[in-house]
Design a protein. Structure first.
Length: 248
C-alpha cells in the first residue's frame, strides 16, 4: 500500500494508510531542555518574577516556541490573542497575561500591536511574543512598532547538538507510543538535515512508512525516509548502508 503524497515528504500519490491520531505532549515535564533553549525555558519558568513585562521567543519552526507558550499559559493563565484582538485588548487594558504567537507571520494589525505593547509597558502587563525572525526582519511598515518590540527581553531557541536532536526524536516517537532503537536514532541524526523541522517531518514519515509496511521503525525504514527527503529536495540518494541484521 503506497503512502499519500505530502508537501513535506515529496512522496508519490497512492492509497491512504490508516491514520492513527496521536497527541503531542506539551506539559512542563515534556519540554526537552538543552544548551540552545535553556535561557528561554528559564525565563518562562521564572514567571511571575519577571523584571520586565514583555518576553520575545524567536527560533525556527518546531524549535519549541509554541510548547513554551503553552507552558506559560498553564503557569500564568494567559490567553492566546487572535489576530484581530490586539486593539481591543489594548483598549480594555488590565494586567491579565497574554500570548501573541507568530507575530512576524500572521498579519497582526500594526496599530493594535503598537498600542498593546505600549499598554503592556505602561501597566506592566505580561506578554509573551513568539516569532521565527528577529525583530529587524519583521514585515512592518512603521518603525514605531519595531522600536517597541525591540524593548522586549528576547531569547532565541535553537538545537545545538546531536543529543538534543536525539532527544527530540525520542519525544516525538514517545508521543506516538513507539519504541525505537537508539542506534536507529543515532543513524538518523548523523545523516539528516540538521533542523528541528526536519526531525518532525522524519518522525512522521517513518511512522507512516512503518504502518504501510507493517513493521517496526528500523534502520532500513530510517534510510528509506532519508532518501525520500533527499529526493524531495532534489538531492542524490545515498546508498543504503545499514546492516540488515540490525533490522531483525
Amino acid at each position: 500500500m503506497a503512502l499519500p503524497a505530502t508537501p513535506e515528504s515529496g512522496e508519490p500519490k497512492g492509497q491512504l494508510t490508516l491514520e492513527l491520531g496521536h497527541t503531542p505532549a506539551h506539559g512542563e515535564a515534556d519540554f526537552l531542555v538543552g544548551e540552545g533553549n535553556a535561557l528561554a525555558h528559564g525565563r518562562v519558568m521564572a514567571f511571575p518574577h519577571w523584571p520586565d513585562p514583555i518576553t520575545l521567543l524567536t527560533g525556527p519552526a518546531k524549535s519549541g516556541k509554541s510548547h513554551l507558550a503553552r507552558i506559560f499559559a498553564d503557569r500564568s493563565g494567559a490567553r492566546f490573542a487572535a489576530v484581530d484582538d490586539l486593539e481591543k485588548l489594548a483598549t480594555e487594558g488590565g494586567t491579565a497575561p497574554l500570548i501573541v504567537e507568530d507575530v512576524d507571520r500572521l498579519g497582526y494589525d500594526e496599530a493594535g500591536l503598537f498600542h498593546l505593547l505600549n499598554q503592556s509597558m505602561r501597566e506592566l502587563r505580561p506578554i509573551l511574543l513568539t516569532a521565527r525572525e528577529d525583530v529587524a526582519n519583521w514585515p512592518l511598515t512603521t518603525d514605531d512598532v519595531r522600536s517597541r518590540a525591540r524593548r522586549a527581553t528576547a531569547f532565541t531557541l535553537e538545537l545545538t547538538d546531536d543529543i538534543q536532536l536525539s532527544q527530540m526524536f525520542v519525544k516525538l516517537f514517545g508521543d506516538r507510543q513507539i519504541m525505537v532503537d537508539p542506534k536507529t536514532i543515532a543513524y538518523l541524526v548523523a545523516r539528516m538535515e540538521r533542523s528541528t523541522e526536519e526531525v518532525v517531518i522524519l518522525a512522521d514519515l517513518m511512522d507512516r512508512l512503518a504502518l504501510t509496511k507493517g513493521t517496526a521503525i528500523t534502520r532500513s525504514i530510517a534510510a528509506d525516509a532519508l532518501d525520500r527527503r533527499r529526493a524531495a529536495r532534489g538531492q542524490a540518494s545515498h546508498e543504503q548502508d545499514w546492516d540488515t541484521q540490525d533490522d531483525e
